[in-house]
Design a protein around this ligand. Sequence first.
Ligand code: ZN
Length: 272
Amino acid sequence: MLDINKRLLVIGAHPDDCEYVAGISLKMKEVGFEVRYLMATNGASGHHELPGAAIVNIRKKEVERVAKLAGFTYEMLDLEDGRLTASLESRDLMLQAIRRYNPGVIITHRPFDYHPDHRATSMLVQDCSYLLLVPNICPLTPPMRQMPAIFYMQDTFMRPCAFRPDLVFDISNEYDKKMLMIHQHQSQFYEWLPWVEGMPMDEVPQDDAARLGWLKATHWGQRSALYAKLYRGELVNKYGNMGQDIQYAEALEACEYGRQLSKEELAEVFPL
Ligand SMILES: [Zn+2]
C-alpha cells in the first residue's frame, strides 16, 4: 500500500483556472481524496467594467459556490491578477499555502502558456517543490516530510514543447458537473471572456438555464471534447476499444521535480 497523503491540491493562477481539471478533481474526490483549489492571484483583472475590489469579491463568491457544489475547499492568495511573477515574496506565500495543506498530489499549469500568470504560477510551484522539505525556509510553517507528486494539466501549446499526456482520464461521467462548476464563474464566462474575445455580447443568454446550454456549446464547453480527440490513442491504450467512444477527457503530465511514482503507484493513486 502506497504511503501518500490523500489530499489533492490544484493550483491555478486565477479563480477559474482549476476547472481545467475539474473532472479529474471530482474523480479523485470520489475515491476518497480531499480536494483543495489554490488560486495564486485574486482575479482583480478579470473584468472590463468592474474595478478590482468589486470583481475580486464577486469572484470569491463564485469560487465559494464551486467549492460547495463539488465538496472541495479553496484558498485564494491575495496577489495581483495580471502582475504575478515568480518573486521571492510570492514564492514564500505559495510555499506556506502548500505546506499548510500538506498534499500528496499537486496539479498546476505548465510553464509554457499564453498567460504570464499561468507561467509564473507554474514556476512558483516548481521553485517551491524542493523547498517544501527545507525547514529553514519559512521556518514558522513546518516543512513537509514527504514530497508531493506534481503534475501539469493539459493544454494545447506547442512551443517550446507540447504537453505530454502521461495520464488520461475519461471524464464523461463528470462532464455535466464540471460544466455546472464552470457555470458558477458567471462574471467570467458570460461577461469578461465573451467581451475580451470580441463576441457580440447580445449572443450571451440572460436566462440561467439557457446560459448553461450556451456555455456547453462554446469552445470553453467543448474543450474536454477536444482533449478526447487529441488523446484518442492514449485513451484507447488505457480503456481499450471503449476508448474510441469517449467523448470528454482530461490529461496530466508528470513533473520531474515532484515525487516520482511508478506505473503501479500511479494506478494506486489515480482513479480510472
Ligand atoms: Zn487563468
